[in-house]
Design a protein around this ligand. Structure first.
Ligand SMILES: [Zn+2]
Ligand SMILES: [Zn+2]
Length: 448
């Protein structure tokens, strides 16, 4: 261990930064006060994450190439965004890189998905690590040199960074292949943004050959500053369902409502009653959302229309609760339309399942995170009512999805996800990739 510390001090270009000899804490990371050195095969990355100073990270020549590639790769993906199930260019680059790193590669999984298998010295256990590759149907408003070159498509959620980070992890781990006591399965999935790419990859065998024992993923997170990490045990992302309903009345003259069954008045009652489901039928200790996000009906000031269409989304954190809400919505629709002499159609589309982090896997990520950032910056994040299709993998095996802070308010890099101005502080990429590497090494050495 002492030898490792000496090696790093000898090889680190920034050794002057160490006031004292670094304390060797694990076989992959060295900690010197609040500075963190990430060690790979005699090369190190130096991350300064002091909150009180301008964040900066510097790296030794050995790993410089991986880090430079990480940002260049992210910018390349950012400039060439592709929507769900159309990630052909991205998937092609991913497959080529994974092959170059000596992995067994499978392409076209569940559409445009790519899987790379890195077999270590022992076949088991197998850890699945995943990145999503798809962009959003948005017109980018950032004026940066790497802005989207594809009109109407933009990486506004950070998936470009996820894919680049996982490629950097794949490259670094490929150097360690002989030291791995187990297998790492790199999964690059299509269509996370509503298209259910994870489910299609699983249906196409992503959890087989070799069978998967556990799973990890991360999400860049502009709700946190760069350097902060969110890890949570239990429910983290919500069920993300959508619904639509048609209220069918009887149209007529606006001056003679008594001769009609007015679907606009009925729709108003239904929308109000839907909100009562959340406040009266769900425990106040449970988080639930019913949002009616569209209402369409009518064409003129003096005509009561035949029908009104409403639609929206439901978010909850458990499948039984989701079923209960769906049932109550149907009962409300039936009861109110009956009372007014109208009829209804109801379409409830079950979306992503809730994502729940396993306790042991979350502990593993926390331990890995404190090797890269200070423990004060490893937060227990709040659950989010956003959906995340990594949940399909976690239905099969224990896993953890953690959040990697990527905002920098001073630099104007704090727009929310899905904004046409979304962008990240790219130092988050090295932080996220480092934590993922440490977590993988911990899992494959049994050190939690
Ligand atoms: Zn998103
Ligand atoms: Zn996302």
């Amino acid at each position: 261990m002492a030898r490792l510390g000496q090696l790093i001090r000898a090889s680190c270009r920034h050794r002057a930064a160490f006031a004292e000899p670094p304390n060797v804490t694990t076989d992959c990371c060295v900690v010197a006060k609040r500075q963190r050195v990430f060690y790979t095969h005699g090369r190190c990355a130096w991350l300064s994450l002091e909150r009180t100073t301008v964040l900066q990270w510097n790296i030794d020549a050995g790993i410089q190439e991986i880090a430079d590639n990480l940002i260049a790769t992210r910018r390349d993906f950012h400039a060439h965004p592709e929507l769900g199930y159309q990630e052909n260019r991205t998937a092609g680059i991913v497959a080529e890189r994974l092959s170059h790193y000596g992995m067994r590669v499978r392409t076209g999984v569940g559409g445009t998905g790519v899987i790379g298998v890195l077999e270590g010295a022992l076949p088991r256990p197998t850890l699945l690590v995943r990145a999503d590759m798809d962009a959003l149907p948005l017109q980018e408003e950032n004026d940066v040199e790497y802005r989207s070159q594809n009109p109407g498509a933009m990486h506004a959620c950070g998936h470009d960074g996820h894919t680049a980070m996982l490629l950097a992890v794949a490259e670094a781990l490929s150097h360690w292949r002989s030291e791995l006591r187990g297998t790492v399965k790199f999964v690059f999935q299509p269509a996370e943004e509503g298209g259910g790419g994870a489910r299609r990859m699983i249906e196409d065998g992503a959890m087989d050959d070799p069978p998967v024992d556990a799973a990890l993923a991360c999400h860049l997170w502009n709700n946190y500053p760069v350097g902060r990490i969110g890890v949570r045990t239990g429910p983290t992302f919500a069920c993300a369902d959508r619904f639509s309903a048609r209220i069918k009345g009887k149209g007529g003259h606006g001056a003679h409502p008594d001769q009609t069954v007015d679907p606009i008045v009925i729709a108003a009652q239904i929308i109000t009653a839907f909100q009562s489901i959340v406040s009266r039928n769900v425990s106040p200790l449970e988080t639930t959302v019913i949002s009616v996000t569209s209402i369409h009906g009518g064409s003129a000031y003096n005509i009561i229309p035949e029908s009104v269409d409403i639609g929206g989304t439901v978010r909850s954190f458990s499948e039984p609760l989701r079923d209960h809400i769906r049932q109550r919505m149907e009962e409300v629709l039936r009861g109110i339309t009956d009372a007014f002499g109208a009829a209804f159609e109801f379409d409830y589309e079950v979306g992503y399942p809730p994502l729940s982090n396993d306790g042991e896997m979350a502990d593993l990520v926390r331990a890995a995170a404190t090797e890269v950032v200070s423990s004060a910056e490893v937060w227990e994040n709040e659950p989010t009512t956003g959906g995340e299709d990594m949940a399909y993998f976690f239905q099969k095996v224990p896993g953890c999805m953690f959040l990697v802070g990527s905002a920098n308010t001073e630099a104007g890099l704090d727009y929310p996800h899905h904004s046409p101005r979304f962008d990240i502080d790219e130092r988050a990429l090295m932080v996220g990739a480092s934590i993922m590497l440490c977590a993988i090494k911990r899992y494959l050495t049994g050190a939690v």
